[in-house]
Design a binder for this molecule. Structure first.
Ligand SMILES: C[S@@+](CC[C@H](N)C(=O)[O-])C[C@H]1O[C@@H](n2cnc3c(N)ncnc32)[C@H](O)[C@@H]1O
Length: 241
């Protein structure tokens, strides 16, 4: 099993607790997320086109963009997230296509005007998986298309550098998490305990360099400060070279 398939376990727990989104929002809160404002800053007055929402979870970003007039397809590794999303779309009377699949290895045989990384990039940890992810984005992005990313980065914020025994951040920005033996993934031993690769949080410069090295041009960007123990974010609007 790949480490990122563990997201299905988390979605099953969310569903059991009655939650409908990764961030445990209520239905009424889904359309007023700060992430929506960030993508709107780049979309300007545009209200049409095709969107591929990668790591869509229960489809929050697709639901918002679909309401505005975009034709949205969402892809997530978790079948539970996809089924919650389908129900949400039907409740909200919005038509979006939701697919279960791996964002590091998929072929939808079409291209999109806009691809969004819906807080997925920091869930893809290894260099090779991230390179595969970027290749999939490029092969699905129209030549005039744009790629929106909204991803965690690191400065020295307490969440990532604090003394939490269940988390270990290494020098490459891999955040290792301690997990139960029942997790069927590749483990690394740290201080006698088993940790799995959980998140990748690059520095701002390393994130920018990685995007450029993987064939993207940065058209616009914003870096937020990590406040109250949360990590800073790298938000950007990109096109293919
Ligand atoms: C932080 S959550 C964000 C969910 C959603 N975009 C939102 O904004 O609420 C990251 C999502 O990425 C999904 N994910 C992780 N690895 C994935 C992969 N390789 N392919 C597709 N989805 C993946 C997880 O299942 C999870 O739903």
């Amino acid at each position: 099993m790949k480490y990122y398939e563990l997201h299905e376990n988390f979605w099953q727990q969310l569903e059991k607790q009655g939650h409908i989104s990764w961030d445990r929002e209520k239905k009424t809160e889904l359309m007023s997320r700060s992430r929506n404002d960030e993508i709107m800053n780049f979309l300007g007055s545009r209200r049409s086109g095709s969107v591929l929402d990668l790591g869509c979870g229960s489809g929050s970003q697709s639901l918002y963009l679909s309401k505005l007039g975009f034709k949205c397809t969402g892809l997530d590794i978790s079948s539970t997230a996809i089924s919650i999303g389908k129900k949400l779309a039907s409740d909200l009377n919005l038509e979006i296509e939701l697919l279960c699949g791996d964002a590091c290895s998929f072929d939808l045989k079409k291209t999109f005007d806009i691809i969004t990384d819906s807080c997925l990039l920091h869930c893809i940890v290894t260099d090779i998986d991230r390179a595969h992810f970027y290749d999939c984005v490029k092969s699905h992005l129209d030549s005039n298309g744009r790629f929106f990313i909204y991803t965690m980065i690191r400065d020295g914020s307490p969440y990532l550098t604090g003394d939490r025994g269940d988390l270990h951040l290494d020098d490459d920005g891999i955040l290792w998490s301690m997990g139960p033996d029942s997790f069927d993934v590749e483990w690394t031993e740290i201080n006698g305990n088993k940790y799995f690769p959980h998140r990748r949080v690059l520095t701002e410069d390393a994130q920018r360099d990685e995007l450029i090295k993987n064939g993207f041009v940065i058209e616009g960007e914003k870096v937020t400060k990590g406040e109250d123990g949360s990590s800073p974010l790298f938000i950007a609007w990109l096109k293919k070279v």
